[in-house]
Design a binder for this molecule. Structure first.
Ligand code: IPM
Ligand code: MG
Length: 354
């Protein structure tokens, strides 16, 4: 009996639906080649457009609807005429938090043929996996806004670092380092953030004691940015809080081919809830609807879907095909110096898959 993997697809806004459509072609083709499983896609129109029509980013029971699926494939959320805090809190963060997708896996790898703005860096020098805490930290959404508009106006934005939340992400990263034989770097700012990051550092130290076989170090966030550019080779597995992980993965994207090649997986490792896969670029309203968005990041997240369901070879084959297209350089979108459309890239991709 063929296994069916049920995927909820939320194309979202801007270029989201355009790139996800190509990713779905790739997933379908991978299933067809394999023969042992099939995807069943259900598309949801939830987006800023949906918000402007209905007053909410998703229906009341949106989370319950998504809970029925094995995974979620998301394009991008955000539109200039809807405030970001409404669209993101109403959908992206709601899904990440409701489904306890506390691990955000973001590979930073310089694929063959991908452009790199760094000088004197060899391709194999950029090969890391950033593990971003995805459920709390600086993104907790807690705080207060007092005396709005008054001269004595005060704003408080609280970080939330729980022992459970910090231990589980750090342990996940150490496990991954052990499994892959990579070193582990914890991103800190304990020299300035005297509660959150001092606590983070102490948990890292505690957990590290359980992994004497993993070589690890702690690097301050500002220095880490510098080393991402000057010496990316020193990083293997990188573990970071929600905000630091966000910042450093855009930098990671910049050194490894650009946002058009950056994918991320929001994982609930216990598989109690569906995990969510997305390109980490935004909705790019400036190029939306023009058919020129680069679908590779969405296709890389499709590869992460394959990996998540245990089809590692299929996942690697997808990355191999991205490399092949980058090296050949004949069917690429304008951001990579080509003149092909989003669909051209997706169609050529599927033709190359074996
Ligand atoms: C990301 C994005 C989001 C984040 C934005 C859109 C809120 O930048 O996934 O990296 O900060 O988590
Ligand atoms: Mg980001």
């Amino acid at each position: 009996m063929k296994k069916t993997i049920k995927i909820a697809v939320i194309g979202g806004d801007g270029i989201g639906p355009e790139v996800v459509a190509e990713g779905m072609k790739v997933l379908e083709k991978a299933a067809e080649i394999d023969g042992s499983f099939a995807f069943e896609f259900t598309e949801f129109p939830w987006s800023c457009g949906y918000y402007l029509e209905t007053g909410s980013m998703m229906p009341e029971d949106g989370i319950d609807q998504l809970a029925q699926f094995d995974a979620i494939y998301l394009g991008a959320i955000g539109r200039p005429d809807v405030p970001d805090n409404i669209s993101l809190r109403g959908l992206l963060f709601k899904i990440r938090q409701s489904f306890d997708q506390y691990v955000n896996i973001r590979p930073v790898r310089l694929l063959n043929g991908a452009p790199c703005p760094l000088k004197d860096v060899r391709r194999e020098d950029i090969d890391m996996i950033v593990i971003r805490e995805n459920s709390e930290g600086e993104y907790s959404g807690q705080g207060a806004w007092l005396y709005r508009g008054q001269p004595n106006e005060v704003v408080l934005q609280h970080d939330v670092f729980s022992r459970k939340g910090t231990e589980r992400i750090v342990r996940y990263a150490f496990e991954l380092a052990r499994k892959t034989g990579k070193s582990l770097t914890s991103i800190s700012k304990g020299n300035a953030l005297n509660y959150s990051m001092v606590f983070w550092d102490s948990i890292v130290k505690e957990i590290a004691a359980e992994y004497p076989d993993v070589s690890w170090c702690s690097v301050l966030a500002d220095a880490a940015c510098m080393f991402f550019v000057k010496n990316p080779r020193r990083f293997g597995v990188v573990v970071a809080s929600n905000l630091f992980g966000d910042l450093i993965t855009d930098l990671g994207a910049a050194i490894s081919g650009g946002m058009g090649l950056a994918a991320g997986a929001n994982i609930n490792p216990e598989r109690q809830y569906p995990s969510m896969f997305e390109p980490i670029h935004g909705s790019a309203p400036d190029i939306a609807g023009k058919g020129i968005a680069n679908p590779f990041a969405a296709i890389w997240s499709a590869s992460q879907i394959m990996d998540f369901f245990g089809y590692t070879e299929r996942a690697n084959a997808i990355l191999g095909t991205i490399e092949k297209m980058l090296v050949e350089g004949t069917v690429l979108t304008p951001d990579l110096g080509g003149s092909a459309s989003t669909q051209d890239v997706g169609n050529a991709f599927v033709r190359l898959m074996k």
